[in-house]
Each structure stands twice: as structure tokens, then as C-alpha cells.
Design a protein around this ligand. Structure first.
Ligand SMILES: Nc1ncnc2c1ncn2[C@@H]1O[C@H](COP(=O)(O)OP(=O)(O)OP(=O)(O)O)[C@@H](O)[C@H]1O
Length: 225
């Protein structure tokens, strides 16, 4: 589904990431870890074609990213939902309007989609906050709204960048539970996180592969985590 063959990425200086050869399969569950500044966000951006490799071959759903035009990238964004580190809401819109934005962008905002929106807000526990503005939300509410927005167009994969960064343990468990449920429904999930206790908590519930960025390479971590 997401297939790296000898991929490297550089922002202009030396290579930040090199020699990445990996396959992320449909329905798989991955954690991505590594020290701050190692390149986790950069790796996720490669996975959803916000960046293109500076070397090597990267294929998303069998398509080489280097050949994608704007329509190709737009189509791809409907298949890969992203929970950004800083959530990126439009503060003048309500929570419901923010969550529904990908539907509007995709021209899918009919009556059935509106019902899905209500169901989704209920699922993440934000039905009662649908008319609030993003600045009024707590950290955990923001993350759950961002997750709802990432999944509203039913993507095949969900990439979450530090989704539990600013929340307490109970809330991080609740977010993890939502991501595990999405995985059980068949979606591939990747979570970038510093939080090793979150990884340990998940490992008893799902067969997760842990990727670790070290020495500019993305490698499958051993069972010692
Ligand atoms: N647009 C950019 N232009 C130049 N350098 C960048 C850019 N974005 C990120 N970098 C640099 O690339 C390196 C990796 O950044 P990245 O955000 O991918 O790391 P990270 O592992 O996600 O870090 P953190 O855990 O702190 O979020 C950092 O040194 C960062 O300063």
C-alpha cells in the first residue's frame, strides 16, 4: 500500500533520511518512534505525498509519487487520513464544520454524509461540542476532533503525528482505543510518538510493528520496546 524502495529525503542540506526500504501493508498497525528532530513528521509527510523523495522509489497504492499530478494527490488524500501534530483547525468554523471540511472539499457533503458526521462526532465523544469553536476545546477534545476529521472520508490508512502529545494518560488510552477500533475495521494505522508506554499498552491489544528512526534510517525495532 505504501512502499518505500531505497528512499532518501533531504530538505536541502545533507540527507535527513536515507536507505528507507519498507512496505506498509493494508490493515497493518505501526508505531513510528525516534528522538525529537529525527524525522518522524518528515517520514509521515512522505507517506501522504506532502513531500516527494529526493532519491529512490516511493509508491502509494501502487502509484509512483513522483508521477502524481494535482488530481492524483487530491485523490490520494481521500485514501490517507492525517492527524496533524498541531491539529490545524479553522478557528472561525465550528467543530462540526471543521470535521466536515474534507467532505466539502471532496464534494461529498450530501445528506448521508451529514448523518455520518453526527455518528462520527458521537463516536469520538464530541456530539455535545459540535457547535463549539476549536479554541474552546481541551487538548484531548482537539485531538479527537482531528481524528474525526481524518477519518470522515473513510480513508484506507490513518497517519497520526503525536496524537497523544498534550493529553493525560486516560485520554491517550481513549485515543488509542479509537485508533485500535479503526484498525479492527480494516484501516492501516501509523502513530508517530515519543511515548513508549503508549506503545507497550497497544502491543497487548494489537500486532503492531514498531519503526524506529536512528542514524537517518527507518528500521523495524526489536521486541525490546
Ligand atoms: N520545511 C523544512 N525545512 C528545513 N528543515 C526542516 C523542515 N521541516 C523539518 N525540518 C528539519 O528536519 C528535521 C526533522 O524534522 P521532523 O519534524 O521531521 O522531526 P520529528 O522527528 O518529527 O521531530 P519532533 O519529534 O520534535 O516532532 C529537523 O531538524 C527539522 O528542523
Amino acid at each position: 500500500m505504501i512502499s518505500f524502495d531505497n528512499v532518501a529525503y533531504s530538505y536541502g542540506g545533507g540527507a535527513l533520511l536515507t536507505d528507507i526500504t519498507l512496505d506498509l501493508a493494508p490493515g497493518s498497525f505501526h508505531f513510528l518512534t525516534g528522538p525529537s528532530g529525527a524525522g518522524k513528521t518528515t517520514f509521515l509527510k512522505l507517506c501522504y505525498a506532502a513531500l516527494t523523495p529526493t532519491a529512490g522509489d516511493l509508491r502509494l497504492f501502487e502509484q509512483p509519487v513522483t508521477g502524481l499530478d494535482r488530481d492524483g494527490v487530491a485523490h490520494l488524500r481521500r485514501r490517507i487520513g492525517v492527524v496533524h501534530q498541531d491539529c490545524q483547525f479553522l478557528d472561525h468554523l465550528s467543530v462540526a464544520e471543521n470535521v466536515a471540511l474534507p467532505l466539502t472539499v471532496a464534494g461529498m457533503d450530501g445528506a448521508a454524509a451529514r448523518r455520518d458526521l453526527d455518528e462520527l462526532l458521537g463516536w469520538v465523544g464530541l456530539g455535545h461540542r459540535r457547535d463549539a469553536r476549536p479554541p474552546e476545546l481541551s487538548g484531548g477534545e482537539r485531538q479527537r476532533a482531528a481524528l474525526a476529521r481524518a477519518v470522515i472520508v473513510s480513508p484506507d490508512a490513518i497517519l497520526a503525528d503525536e496524537p497523544t502529545g498534550n493529553v493525560d494518560w486516560d485520554m491517550s488510552q481513549r485515543l488509542l482505543t479509537l485508533l485500535l477500533e479503526l484498525n479492527r475495521m480494516g484501516r492501516a494505522v501509523m502513530i508517530a510518538t515519543h511515548d513508549l508506554s503508549l506503545i507497550r499498552a497497544a502491543k497487548s491489544q494489537v500486532q503492531a510493528r514498531v519503526l524506529r528512526i536512528a542514524n537517518r534510517q527507518v528500521q523495524v525495532a526489536g521486541a525490546d520496546l
